[in-house]
Design a protein around this ligand. Structure first.
Ligand SMILES: Cc1ncc(C[n+]2csc(CCOP(=O)(O)OP(=O)(O)O)c2C)c(N)n1
Ligand code: SF4
Ligand SMILES: [Mg+2]
Length: 303
């Protein structure tokens, strides 16, 4: 399916080309009007379709939160796990079955607050997985509490006088910990997201895409920023594409400029390669890895 096909017509009936990958029996979804999460799902499915990956070998893992519901709407092998534990669950999947392309799709609170420790270690290990993080700068599902991504001075239910804790600069965190692919977009950048999803899925190693999305119900309303459309206009007017930008320089202030783009695309041994290389060197012929590991390492069938 071409990236830019909005719908197809079969027997006179318009068809959304992403429907095949949605569990339509679960629609309507839970997201509020104007929420940005749905747009990211549309882009993710299009990027996945464009990647040409065997869909029987793709697994999607979410944690808990409004974004955490994504896994449940995807017609793939998808898992709705516990809060903050999507990455360790995905790590287990990948270790047990190296031929899978494992995707983690979750929120900023889930992945960076309670799950922050898992995030940094998966990046450090260069575990082969794609992490898609929806940054709405807040804990959406539980009532708009402050998150480690809430900008200074923004108001949250647990920061009624305005936030005074500095927010993480996530591309910089991911790069510092060892991610081999790092990109950031907003929900305004649909075509860029599709392209990045395709690239990240085809990249070996820990790939990370941060997508800024609106939470009109809790973040925008409390901060008097209007509705989902107003937030989209903010994304349009305040984003600047700077591919290759130094991730140190891409922190985001309250309603400030958002630097987007592909920041990192490098190569280094993935976890399975490091393990294979080390054990092979240490034990020589006595080391007998599984066929799946050999296949993953070589991209074909072992040595
Ligand atoms: C162990 C545990 N602690 C706390 C919660 C409550 N909880 C559910 S979702 C969530 C925050 C979700 O925020 P985020 O990941 O940003 O997702 P969003 O809803 O914004 O998409 C919290 C604190 C929980 N379910 N389990
Ligand atoms: S609370 Fe916010 S993040 Fe959750 S569905 Fe509503 S708009 Fe989206
Ligand atoms: Mg959130």
């Amino acid at each position: 399916m071409a990236d830019d096909v909005l719908y197809t017509v079969e027997a006179g009936v318009p068809q959304n080309p992403i429907e095949d990958l949605l569990r339509m029996d679960r629609i309507p979804h839970i997201w509020c009007p104007g929420c940005g999460i749905g747009s990211t799902v549309n882009c993710f499915i299009r990027g996945l379709q464009a990647s040409g990956l065997d869909l029987d070998k793709v697994a999607v893992v979410s944690g808990i939160g409004c974004t955490g519901r994504v896994a449940g709407y995807l017609k793939l092998d998808s898992f709705h796990t516990t809060h903050g534990r999507a990455i360790p669950f995905a790590t287990g999947l990948k270790l047990a079955n190296p031929e899978l392309k494992v995707v983690v799709y979750s929120g900023d609170g889930d992945l960076i607050a309670i799950g922050g420790n898992h995030f940094i270690h998966a990046a450090r290990r260069n575990m082969d997985m794609t992490v898609i993080l929806i940054n709405n700068m807040i804990y959406g599902m539980t009532g708009g509490q402050v998150a480690p991504t809430t900008p200074i001075s923004a108001t949250a239910s647990t920061m009624p006088h305005g936030n005074y804790e500095p927010a993480f600069n996530l591309p910089h965190l991911a790069e510092s910990c060892g991610a081999v692919y790092v990109a950031r977009w907003t929900t305004f950048h649909v075509r860029h997201i599709i392209k990045s999803v395709k690239e990240a899925l085809l990249k070996k190693g820990f790939s990370f895409i941060e997508i800024f999305a609106s939470c009109p119900t809790l973040y925008s309303r409390r901060n008097k920023l209007g509705d989902g459309l107003d937030q989209m206009i903010y994304f349009q007017e305040n984003s600047e594409i700077k591919n290759g930008a130094d991730t140190k320089s891409v922190g985001v202030d309250f309603q400030g400029k958002i630097i987007v783009g592909k920041f990192v695309d490098i190569e280094r041994p993935v976890y399975h390669e490091a393990m294979y290389g080390h054990l092979k060197e240490k034990y020589g012929e006595e080391y007998m890895p599984s066929d799946e590991i050999k296949e993953f390492i070589s991209g074909q069938n072992g040595d």
